[in-house]
Design a protein around this ligand. Structure first.
Ligand code: GCU
Length: 368
């Protein structure tokens, strides 16, 4: 299957400079990804949002730890959802992660009583001088396994009449990414966060969301996808044996605009592919993680998107991913030389403290 060229416009013109990229090709790519995969947001969710936030609980030495805690209700365009943030107790604003926490994880933890969290090692993050804002996705749109059909959350609020939905309308991943951007709005006004150094992170469906958030909101300095797989970092045209397909994912979930389902078993017809999503981060930082036993997410195809995205970075005189050929890829090794970081953890589909250590090592090294 031939892979859509990153540096050739739809009209066939070569893209040779940052100006060509930013004026012509990147906007085209964002349009293709919106139109065919993630959907377009309604104007109501994009303009005159006037984001505000209300801190409903604020504590220092939270639960006996050297942590500054804020429980926040964020309101944008009239829609309100919850987020919790944790910062070190320092005087200076700190680089901060926005974590897209999906419901499976959300249900496992109670941050009102404990900071123990297998998937987000809050105390390690704090001890390394980073902050973290955790956004439960349920506040934006419930993560119902059996398709909630856009009856709830931001969809019901911004577009109550579902009969008006079009095939290219936004869907769940876009809604969660919208939420991550609103959390960043709050961080820009938060004295503890250095909003110029904000990263968005997510696991699996959250990883797909983190990439779309980083593509749509260039204020994110770093976008981190953990085991994002199909419709995340996985190149459709590079999918390996056992990898998830457009047919399976669009049958099971209402995460994407309807147009995407038309490409079920017709991936070769997609006018875009996921290397374009990774390339949309250039010249900012990006990070992709895979798990060695996660054939469903097709690690080799996640790496292939990273490799192909390098051409966009090259326009800026920067390196993208510095990865060896497939035969030489090693698990549990940090590939941190370029501006797209990568590692593959040994084991099953998961986000664990080991991953966060890699993310922070990478960000320590690359941060401006
Ligand atoms: C399913 C889905 C994946 C997704 C994962 C998750 O397995 O098929 O695409 O990444 O759920 O979010 O946990």
């Amino acid at each position: 299957m031939s892979i859509p060229e990153l540096l050739t416009t739809i009209g066939g013109a070569p893209v040779n400079s940052v100006e060509d990229w930013e004026t012509f090709r990147r906007p085209e790519i964002m349009d293709l990804l919106s139109e065919y995969i993630y959907g377009k947001r309604p104007a109501e969710a994009e303009i005159n949002l006037h984001t505000t936030w209300k801190i409903t609980d604020a504590k220092e030495n939270y639960l006996g730890h050297p942590v500054r805690y804020e429980k926040v209700l964020i309101t944008a365009g009239g829609y309100t959802f919850l987020c919790r943030s944790f910062f070190p107790m320092t005087d200076k604003p700190v680089p901060t992660f926005v974590y897209v926490m999906h419901e499976y994880q959300e249900k496992k933890y109670d941050f009102e009583t404990s900071l123990e969290c297998l998937n987000v090692p809050i105390l390690d993050i704090i001890s390394r001088g980073y902050g973290i804002a955790i956004m439960p996705t349920s506040g934006l749109y419930p993560d119902a396994e059996h398709k909630a059909n856009y009856k709830a959350g931001v969809f019901a609020y911004f577009q109550p009449d579902r009969s008006l939905r079009r095939d290219n309308d936004w869907a769940t991943i876009s809604a969660w990414a919208w939420g991550a951007s609103r959390v960043l709005d709050y961080l820009t006004g938060c004295p503890f966060a250095d909003e110029k150094n904000a990263a968005v992170v997510g696991h699996s469906r959250g990883g797909k969301t983190a990439l779309w958030a980083g593509a749509t909101d260039t204020r994110f300095a770093l976008s981190i996808s953990n085991a994002s797989g199909c419709s995340g970092a996985m190149l459709h045209r590079g999918r390996t044996e056992g990898g998830e397909t457009v047919k399976v994912i669009t049958n099971a979930f209402d995460w994407f605009c309807k147009n995407y389902s038309k490409y079920a078993d017709r991936e070769e017809m997609l006018p875009c592919d996921q290397h374009m999503l990774v390339a949309a981060m250039a010249p900012r930082l990006c990070y992709v993680e895979s798990c060695s036993a996660d054939a469903w997410a097709s690690p080799a195809a996640e790496r292939e998107s990273c490799r192909l995205a390098k051409d966009a970075y090259a326009l800026y005189g920067m390196t993208g991913a510095v990865l060896p050929d497939e035969a030489d890829i090693e698990a549990d090794k940090a590939y941190h030389d370029g501006n797209i970081g990568y590692h593959m953890k040994t084991g099953e589909h998961s986000i664990l403290a080991y991953d966060w250590t890699q993310y922070m090592d990478f960000w320590d090294k690359k941060r401006g």
